[in-house]
Design a protein around this ligand. Structure first.
Ligand SMILES: Nc1ncnc2c1ncn2[C@@H]1O[C@H](COP(=O)(O)OP(=O)(O)OP(=O)(O)O)[C@@H](O)[C@H]1O
Ligand SMILES: [Mg+2]
Length: 262
């Protein structure tokens, strides 16, 4: 996917976003954009502010200054439960699955904004022989099958190995058929072969879907990203193609003393 900086019409962007939390300026005038149909990377050392950008893009936090724009429109006071309807889906750093729901129910939850009755009602044993719900259930099964884990549909997260839990979490974010996926360290704690598979999978979602990827594994970032933004201590210090970013002295300096791949 081609992009040219500065971006003209990114699908998702932050415009001059700043935020102070507990008296600390965590993001300082951050403007990043995600062009439609690309895998765009957001990288930077630990504590740079990457997850905070995701939290602002998905309405968990409101910036003190600046805007988030999606599909040309300013997003004001985004309600997190409206995100799915708007076409934005995110995974949480770590796994973020509900321990008391099965893998299948967790995946269904990702699509439940579309159905009237809630998955939580189901887990409480409330009656809801709803055809939409059955459709959601079979979609969730299909999604698990796509990820090669249909066999663990009825298992609880705590019973599953970490890499399988990560797959369930990504399946949950995909079932809502989002326009944009925000992936926060999807490769954390998974093996090299699982990572190669994940890279292929992410690439295969584009250009239909657009991805913003936060990741510390540089080999994955460099392989799958069309465009990369680099944050350090709450500021954008570089942007460009993987090759431009890889050789940028400011980026190399920011990572000095950091273990890049962990
Ligand atoms: N609610 C909060 N109150 C105070 N400080 C916070 C809060 N949330 C995050 N921070 C701080 O903001 C900074 C950026 O955090 P953030 O989680 O966005 O970094 P990150 O780039 O995602 O790091 P990592 O690579 O370790 O996940 C860190 O110094 C963190 O301690
Ligand atoms: Mg983070």
């Amino acid at each position: 996917m081609k992009y040219v900086l500065p971006l003209t019409h990114p699908l998702l962007s932050t415009e001059n976003v700043s935020i102070t939390l507990s008296g600390l300026k965590i993001l300082d005038d951050v403007s990043i954009g995600v062009p439609q149909g690309t895998v765009t990377g957001l990288i930077g050392p630990n504590g740079a502010g990457k997850t905070t950008v995701f939290n602002i893009m998905s309405g968990f936090l409101t910036p003190d200054e600046g805007n988030v724009r999606f599909d040309g429109k300013k997003l004001k006071h985004i309600k997190t439960h409206h995100l799915t309807k708007m076409g934005i889906s995110r995974t949480l750093q770590g796994v973020g699955l509900f321990e008391s729901l099965t893998a299948l129910e967790n995946v269904m939850l990702g699509g439940s904004a579309r159905v009237k009755s809630g998955i939580v009602a189901d887990s409480l044993g409330m009656p809801w022989a709803d055809s939409e719900q059955n459709k959601l259930r079979s979609q969730a099964m299909e999604t698990l099958a796509e990820f090669g884990i249909a066999d663990i549909a009825d298992r609880y997260p705590g019973e599953l190995p970490y890499p399988v839990q990560k797959r369930v979490a990504i399946a949950r974010s995909l079932i809502s058929d989002p326009k944009v996926l925000l992936l926060d360290e999807p490769a954390g704690g998974i093996s090299a072969s699982d990572m190669a598979e994940l890279g292929r999978m992410i690439k295969s979602w584009t250009p239909k879907r657009t991805v913003l990827l936060v990741e510390h594994h540089m080999e994955l970032v460099m392989e799958v990203c069309d465009l990369i933004w680099v944050l350090d201590a709450g500021k954008v210090i570089a942007s460009g193609s993987p090759e431009e970013v890889r050789t940028n002295p400011a980026v190399l300096a920011a990572y000095l003393g950091e273990e890049v791949s962990h």
